[in-house]
Design a protein around this ligand. Structure first.
Ligand code: SF4
Length: 218
């Protein structure tokens, strides 16, 4: 039984790859990019479960999803869990698989042979606040999109250089916490605060780097 630490799972997510996707965010990140908007996913030792439990949890979504996006946190900080999750999931999923990593490709290549054919598109490299943020699916333009399968080439090649509209899904979870999935632009938190402040006087949105609310997941 393979253990895994997970921050969150959600369906549908429409801003992290084509179509309506399942999103799985790993818990724990050793990279700790300055300016990261998902700092709540850095700590290890939270969200412990097993890969089988995660697959059981997303099973009802798998038949309806256009794809699966795995992000974090840092998925490659748990390489065995990531490989096991991809193997167990892939046979039930008709759609494509996109995985995010903050590590350079050269650093995680040693793990990719165990995931051969299981990842269609891979985004690598850390978030760099001082970089521009024009490219689709990426938080900063230094991040590279790698197309690892024929399907990845077919379904993700238009994201290679395409300027991406800054889009994110805003959701309210069962605990009443506002959170986001997607790649917000650098000023989007402030704009969201203004919009919500105007439309819903009693609603407050705060963004504290150590305890970010709204929580944004890339
Ligand atoms: S942007 Fe990603 S890789 Fe960088 S610190 Fe945040 S979760 Fe980790």
């Amino acid at each position: 039984m393979t253990g895994i630490e997970i921050s969150r799972m959600h369906f549908p997510v429409t801003t992290l790859g084509p179509g309506s996707r399942i999103g799985i965010w790993f818990q724990g990140c050793s990279i700790r990019c300055p300016g990261c908007i998902s700092a709540d996913t850095w700590a290890v030792g939270r969200g412990r479960t097993t890969v089988s439990e995660v697959v059981r949890g997303i099973m009802p979504w798998l038949v309806r999803a256009d794809g699966l996006t795995i992000s974090g946190g840092e998925p490659f900080d748990q390489p065995e869990a990531l490989a096991a999750l991809l193997k167990e999931t892939r046979s039930h999923l008709d759609g494509n698989v996109l995985v995010y990593s903050g590590h350079p490709l050269e650093y995680i290549e040693k793990h990719l042979s165990a995931m051969d054919g299981l990842i269609d598109a891979l985004i690598t490299d850390p978030f760099v606040m001082s970089e521009t943020d024009r490219l689709a699916l990426r938080g900063s333009d230094n991040q590279r999109l790698h197309l690892l399968t024929e399907r990845g080439c077919r379904e993700f090649s238009h994201f290679m250089k395409e300027p991406g509209p800054r889009r994110f899904d805003v959701m309210l979870d069962a605990e009443g916490e506002v959170w986001m999935a997607g790649i917000p632009g650098r000023t989007d938190f402030e704009n969201l605060r203004k919009v919500l402040g105007k439309q819903l006087q009693t609603f407050t949105v705060t963004q504290d780097r150590s305890n970010p609310r709204p929580r944004a997941q890339r």
